[in-house]
Design a protein around this ligand. Sequence first.
Ligand code: NAP
Length: 269
Amino acid sequence: MTRLAAVIGSPVAHSLSPAIHRAAFAAAGVDWTYAALEVAPGAAADALAAMRTLGIGGLSVTMPHKEAVADAVDRLDPAARTLHSVNTVSWDGDQLVGSSTDGAGFVASLADAGVSVDGAKVAVIGAGGAARSVIDALARAGASDITVLNRTQDRAEAAAALTPVASPGIISDISRADIVVNATSVGMGGDRSLPCDPELLNDGQTVADLVYHPLETPWLAAAARRGARTVDGLGMLVHQAALQQRIWLGDDAVIDTAAMRAAAERSLS
Ligand code: NAP
């Protein structure tokens, strides 16, 4: 009676989710397995119909299906409703529930590094899907002030409109923040460019990057040289998956985030 969970996306072949979730299921000692399922753009509703027909235990959802899945589930958790974006599908009786654990995973990765968001001033660079989930979760976790900086100004304004504590920012806001977050794709792979001038960073700050390939981006390395505490993007990936495990397996489940991170690092290397 092995239960199946899976990630749906396109492309999905290089997803770290199977390694992370299989490690979690093994550590929890439950009879679940996890697959990566390529689902063509436009076919998210069909994938949810298949979930119902096949009795799939849970789904992770990645690009390009997060918005379409939000339209196809029976109900949404508060973050998924605000963002109109779903990264997790679970069962509640015979209903399919859509959740968004990305932003809460980011906040959990900060907590794991000993960084509290409550009352913090945060500067978020970027205004895409990842930035929006982070802004929403920072506000829910009690951040006092969130400034949003983005290459395209109208997207910064739209992301800041998610919560009353956020506003579009100016470059000097970065130096005044307690926590600075890169939520752009700048620094991915071999990209040596930086989301902001490291001279704006200082040793009183926590500097977090959502990019996790490489684990230490050029920007995080520069932030460390400025004396800032740094938090890499793999923590968010692991903790959003841990929150998915919690949703699928329930509150009593043992969630081994160290085993999950080790599996992700093995896959990355
Ligand atoms: P997205 O929706 O495509 O947004 C991309 C963002 O990056 C936008 O704000 C875009 O600015 C900005 N950007 C892209 N290239 C830029 C450049 N050359 N200079 C300045 N800004 C640039 O992507 P996303 O889903 O939000 O993902 C953003 C990053 O977060 C990706 O690297 C992704 O891998 C990472 N991520 C990590 C996790 C995790 O668990 N650690 C989870 C989700 C995403 P414009 O609006 O001006 O285009």
